[in-house]
Design a protein around this ligand. Sequence first.
Ligand code: ARG
Length: 459
Amino acid sequence: SSNAMWGGRFAAGPDAIMEAINASISFDKRLAAQDIAGSRAHAAMLAATGIVEANEAEAMREGLLTVLSEIEAGDFAFSTALEDIHMNVEARLKEIIGPSAGRLHTARSRNDQVATDFRLWVRDQIDAAVEGLDALSRSLLAQAEAGADWVMPGFTHLQTAQPVTWGHHMMAYVEMFQRDASRFRDARARMNECPLGAAALAGTSFPIDREMTAQALGFDRPCANSLDAVSDRDFALEFLSAASICAMHLSRFAEELVIWSSAQFRFVALSDRFSTGSSIMPQKKNPDAAELIRAKIGRIFGANVALMTVMKGLPLAYSKDMQEDKEQVFDAADNLMLALAAMTGMVGDMTANRDALRAAAASGFSTATDLADWLVRELNLPFRDAHHVTGTLVAMAESKGCDLPDLSLADMRSVHEGITEAVFDVLGVENSVASRMSYGGTAPEQVRAQVARWTEKLG
Ligand code: ARG
């Protein structure tokens, strides 16, 4: 039989394969609540503008609530023949309130309807992402506060560079995750315009009130151009781009946790709650959550590339290609939220191994820069010469199999006779970090200032 929603000109129904490739209900049923909210706003507007009778609009609005409660209760029979969430909801509404359900689609198209639903859905995900990032930032703040003066090695090229503090390292991620949150907020401000009323592409001849529906759905204003309103998926792409950058940060941190929890590093112990064992090696405690965070990032990047690729060749306005937007965004959002929650749990539970951090910080000639700076400050050497003297001392220590503070004063003076006993003060890692008092530096005092700043902002 032909389709009840658009089958007027059709004599035959679709092939089963046509139905299978066309239907989106298996995934877009996730838009049910947004679809019903959009329809309820539309119905109210149709009554307020006199386009439909007030009592009919009220019946629609009531009936839509019934549909919503059926869906939420899990006793709604979704039909593939009805293609998508929009037609499934409308068909059920007709069963409940009768033929006047057919007036709901006045001055509207599925093109503006889906664009509206999807914006509402993405907007909620943006809010959830910001919330997740704030929660993660708070658990990082707690780590930073506890370990504001715990010394650890700072790396460049994953080679020992200079001592930093645990708190400083944690706060670096707070900066990143809060930039991610601000990217999501920026995207939200830009996307918060309502497509409803753009109809199929050209607007409508009915005297609709687009301000009214926009406001009812929490949008700042209606989209200004009806062609753009139904064609635009920038909002989904911005979400995926912000999600990708955030995911990249999560992945870097996950990578560090994998390294840090190894027996070779022992910088952190992950909790039992966020680790797994091996079925053959009894000693194993694996950082699977961190690994899976690192891996899920691939899906999020993939979704971004996939939707960019779907969109890049589409002439205006709506094309069915755009139905492919949803699964990508759903999957990326689900995995981003899961990754954020897992990271928050792991960070909240993990224990930094203060002794191992300190021991690692004190090895690998981590205070060589402090020595060079001392030569500049105390002996007035040009930095390049100080660098050379220090390099010679590092080579000497390396050949003796010791670290810089283990060299004798005589050893030191054999390279530069101006060196005095006082040099040993700057070779200690605590002094090294304490001296890095420049704004944003790793000195515990500076780290505590960072913690205080973010604690106040995050409430
Ligand atoms: N299921 C469709 C989608 O997700 C809804 C819009 C369909 N519009 C149309 N003219 N066929 O994009």
